[in-house]
Design a protein around this ligand. Structure first.
Ligand code: GLN
Ligand code: ZN
Length: 772
């Protein structure tokens, strides 16, 4: 295939870049600053050095316009809060005394002042700090950070394009400040916010910005007419300003849907759209609105969220179609590269034959440079790159890693009956209680016990070769002995082994499943200075041998009471990994489910009568557009049931989820057909129990009675109050007593005291039930 060259040369750009540096220098400098070991000047110098290195690296890969202002010491939404002067009242004096310390106080809180709330950035695993706005919020422009970073890039002789969170998305991501009157919506503040954006835009123009990008990812979420109207007003106003830079409005993570005609009509100079995955629907939609005559289109054809090499020929074909639809077409990743690790060439442990399938941030920028060149000068100009790309894709498609015949035939043979337990929950429940010999209000925990310094030392010793596998195994067993002895002494009813062998649950299972790759340097920002290294789900998934059975069996051998087996569910495994893009997620989920089903069945065969399959990511994986929810929930719940349906009726299946707002998926939770669910509820005073009851949830449930996010020890009386509240909604035969979540981040002293109080409270309330 040859592509004719475009009239205007196409250029490559990106919307943002990982911030941390090759050796996570930013994390080290920032944490050093918090501890008083690094000065503010040294922190700022590290940050400036990282920005500079990023820009030069981008330019070197052929990126024409480099993003500025996307860098952050903590979070770009918090930076926007500073830019628009929306520092909450409780942080204002600290912020005015010292902007840097005040900034970190908003992010992390101090002894006396609570931080801003943190939540997920759309459906990524990045978390932003939620703006708190009220009717009294008075915005004021502070463009210093944006202007300074623009100047830094200009001084390097580059063409910078400042990137801002757009005003509509900023307001849609905000929450009403505590004390705001009912009915107040942050979007009501748009009129006051637009002059502030106008001022920032004017400052950037004056400082030399030709283009400015305004990110509006919130518009992909299927917005109400009033919200679409706000978007039209916002860009009507900003587009209508006399002295302004050219405006590029960017959307990503999904198709723009009903917001596309709104933005296409707005008096702005360009749109940036996502054309990857389901967002490829933007193409037809763009044609349907007659394209973007007179405007610039930035086409996100390289997936900014996965770590796979791009199909360059497919992207060129998309770009070729788009050429006729706008005045000028440029090439980009679909979203900021913030969500991928820095450089795949750092992964020396991955087989080079497989490493060539990988594209991290650095490789993606190179792909963009190639695509821009091909689009401008024709495919002959990039013939060598295309041949190498074809070979990499062919090697991936033909690899035994991505096509394991045994896995394929097993998944193909799955029937609906495989994903159904029989008999129904109602019939199973009584048998389970009898089989397990459980009292009313049974007490249990969510799985993990404190990850002690000794456990961390044992892992470090194993890595450094100071102990061997047997030595490590013995230290884990010692920990299990301690955890079991404590639970027996305390009188818990369903015990756990404490998960001492796992530091990160998804990583623990990924390491033992065939089809997964681990990275050594594949860090991505989760929030602030916290980085995670998601495993790469690269191929067909199978389980060569049992993963947890020996730990659970060992724990059971020490205890008379039932010990609960502990697994991470298929949806959570998917959600916290980089997933393959060469087959539907539903297919990958089914492979994971079968591998985990083997583990569930082996646990049962080894004598485990209670098995918990955690799905804390079930809700957060909900697609961004409501219209796509039903299809997702169908395959997600099927994967859970496939994992758990191979057991006898008297084996009790538990699940756990870490959140309280589940109203929109309560039907799906029921559809998991788990016998028992534990959820977070302590902070909301058992609100969850009432909601479960309101939805007619028919199964057993353990709304948490101890908020494990704080070191505070709840006393037995207050736990009893929560249990009595829970009994107001859930009948005694179906109520469990447990903490909100796992205890791995807690210390032993508060764990001991809190669990003793939890058992005492359960006994008190049981006695009350007996007496009445
Ligand atoms: N079983 C896990 C634990 O207790 C559950 C963790 C989670 O839900 N995030 O740590
Ligand atoms: Zn949890």
């Amino acid at each position: 295939m040859t592509t004719k060259s475009a009239t205007a040369a196409a250029r490559a750009t990106v919307y943002g870049h990982p911030r941390q540096g090759r050796n996570r220098e930013l994390k080290k400098a920032t944490e050093g600053y918090w501890k008083g070991r690094v000065s503010a000047d040294a922190l700022q110098a590290t940050a400036a050095g990282l920005r500079r290195a990023t820009w030069l690296c981008l330019a070197d890969a052929g990126i024409h316009e480099v993003p500025t202002g996307d860098f952050s010491l903590y979070d770009h939404v918090l930076d926007t809060t500073v830019m628009v002067g929306a520092v909450p009242e409780r942080h204002r004096s600290a912020f005015e005394a010292d902007a840097l310390d005040g900034y970190f106080a908003m992010a992390r809180g101090t002894q006396d002042v609570a931080p801003l709330e943190m939540t997920k950035w759309f459906d990524t695993n990045y978390h932003y700090l939620v703006p708190e706005l009220g009717p009294d919020t008075v915005f004021g422009a502070d463009s210093r950070k944006q202007v300074a970073e623009l100047r830094e890039a200009l001084a390097l002789g580059l063409t910078p394009r400042p990137v801002l969170v757009g005003p509509v998305t900023y307001l849609l991501l905000a929450k009403a400040a505590p004390g705001a009157p009912a009915g107040f919506e942050p979007l009501d503040l748009l009129g006051g916010l637009l002059p502030v954006y106008a001022e920032v835009l004017a400052d950037l123009r004056a400082a030399g910005a030709e283009w400015v990008q305004l990110d509006e990812p919130a518009l992909v979420q299927g917005r109400t007419p009033a919200e679409l109207d706000a978007a039209a007003r916002a860009y009507g106003t900003l587009g209508g300003l006399a002295d302004r830079p050219r405006l590029l409005v960017a959307s990503y993570f999904e198709r723009l849907g009903e917001a596309l005609p709104v933005l296409a009509k707005a008096p702005v100079d360009g749109l940036a759209l996502d054309f990857t995955g389901p967002a490829a629907a933007n193409l037809e939609a763009l044609a349907a609105v007659g394209g973007l005559p007179g405007k610039r289109l930035v086409a996100g054809v390289v997936d900014g969220r996965n770590i796979w090499v791009n199909d360059l020929e497919k992207s060129l074909a998309t770009l070729g179609t788009l050429l006729g639809l706008a005045d000028r077409v440029d090439v980009s990743a679909s979203c900021s590269l913030l969500h991928v690790p820095l450089d795949a060439t750092a992964e020396k442990d991955i087989d080079p034959g497989i490493a060539r399938w990988l594209a991290f941030a650095r490789q993606k920028t190179v792909e963009l440079g190639i695509l821009a060149k091909g689009l401008s000068h024709g495919t002959d100009a990039i013939a060598g790159e295309l041949a190498a790309n074809r070979a990499a894709l062919a090697s991936r498609a033909g690899s035994p890693l991505t096509h394991d015949p045994a896995v394929r035939s097993r998944t193909a043979a799955v029937t609906a009956a495989d994903a159904r337990r029989s008999p129904s929950y109602a019939e199973r429940a009584a048998g389970q209680r009898a089989h397990l010999g459980l009292p009313l209000l049974p007490t249990t925990t969510i799985g993990s016990f404190p990850q002690t310094a000794e456990l961390r030392t044992a892992r470090a010793d194993l890595r450094a070769g100071r102990i061997d596998a047997d030595g490590y195994e013995e230290r884990i067993r010692a920990e299990i002995r301690e955890v079991i002895a404590f639970q027996e002494k305390t009188g818990l009813d369903v015990l756990v082994h404490g998960e001492p062998e796992r530091s990160d649950m998804v990583q623990y299972f990924a390491e033992q499943l065939s089809g997964y790759l681990a990275t050594r340097h594949g860090w991505v920002q989760s929030y602030g200075t916290r980085y995670v290294r998601p495993p790469i789900l690269a191929g067909d998934i199978s389980r060569p041998k049992p993963m947890t059975v020996r730990w659970t069996s060992y724990a059971q051998s020490l205890a008379a009471k039932p010990v609960k087996g502990m697994l991470t569910g298929p949806v959570t495994m998917l959600a916290w990994s980089f997933v393959r893009d060469d087959q539907p997620l539903a297919d990958t989920a089914r492979q994971l489910a079968l591998a985990l089903r083997d583990e569930v069945n082996d646990l049962e065969a080894a004598g485990t009568g209670v098995i918990q399959v955690d799905e804390p990511a079930l809700r957060e994986t909900l697609p961004l557009r409501t219209a796509d929810h039903a299809a997702y929930l169908t395959w997600a719940t099927e994967a859970f049931r496939l994992t758990t349906s191979g057991v006898r009726p008297d084996t009790q299946i538990h699940t756990h989820m870490c959140y309280a707002e589940f109203g929109d998926i309560v039907r799906a939770i029921d559809d998991l057909d788990a016998d028992v669910i534990s959820l977070e509820a302590a902070r909301s005073h058992m609100q969850v129990a009432r909601e479960l009851a309101a939805h007619g949830y028919p199964r057993e449930a353990g709304p948490g009675v101890w908020d494990i996010h704080s070191p505070r020890v709840p006393d037995a009386a207050e736990i009893a109050v929560l249990l009595r509240t829970g009994l107001g909604a859930i009948p005694p035969g179906r109520l469990w007593v447990n903490p909100d979540c796992g205890l791995k981040t807690r210390g032993w002293p508060e764990t001991r005291a809190s669990l003793e109080n939890l058992v005492a409270a359960a006994r008190t309330v049981r006695a009350e039930l007996d007496a009445s």
